[in-house]
Design a protein around this ligand. Structure first.
Ligand code: ADP
Length: 174
């Protein structure tokens, strides 16, 4: 049985990520979407939220499972008995980072291969950061992320605005 891991931050998941998930799930027997529990990156969504979003987006894909992980990717891959890492390739700007990552992982464990899927044309300039930027200023993200993620982004905005208002009110009251 060939098990693949598709790792990433998924902060939040976009149509581009979903496209890679659907396509790579056809190439392996079992696909584990690995959500990086990243401390340095200070994500907008918590790890639990990012996992939940992906679980909801992939509930109808029988051979796809979502998990979070910490530490070295190759260790997580080995722990899952997986042999393939899947990454998405958008534009030439991904090249340097992705090659570096793939070479590092290969040098850490040569039994694990990295496989790249090239993104659909319409998603090649789509990133989680762009989505967050657009959502933060109230722009329409419905072409970039599934409706469920649009809702999560709106909720997060309300949450952030509330926090901001509480801060302003607290300062004003002093
Ligand atoms: P990371 O922090 O690991 O780059 P991301 O969530 O940004 O995490 O991306 C995870 C993977 O999905 C990466 O391989 C990235 O190149 C790929 N990816 C991101 N956006 C898209 C997209 N629009 N289309 C296809 N692949 C994408």
């Amino acid at each position: 049985m060939r098990i693949g891991v598709y790792p990433g931050s998924f902060d939040p998941a976009t149509y581009g990520h979903l496209d890679i998930i659907i396509r790579s799930a056809k190439l392996v027997d079992h696909l584990i979407v690995g959500v990086l529990n990243n401390v340095q990156k200070s994500p907008l969504f918590t790890t639990e939220e990012r996992v939940k979003i992906l679980q909801e987006l992939t509930y109808d894909l029988d051979n796809v499972e979502v998990q979070s992980f910490k530490g070295l990717l190759v260790d997580f891959v080995k722990m899952q008995n997986a042999s393939v890492i899947i990454r998405g390739f958008r534009a030439i700007s991904d090249y340097e980072y992705e090659i570096q990552l793939a070479q590092t992982n290969y040098s850490l464990d040569s039994n694990i291969e990295t496989m790249f899927l090239v993104t659909k044309n319409e998603y090649s300039f789509l990133s989680s950061s762009i989505v967050k930027e657009v959502a933060r200023y109230g722009g329409n993200t419905s072409k970039m992320v599934p409706p469920l993620v649009v809702r999560y982004l709106n909720e997060k905005n309300i949450e952030l605005n509330l926090e901001e208002n509480i801060k302003i009110n607290t300062l004003g009251g002093e």
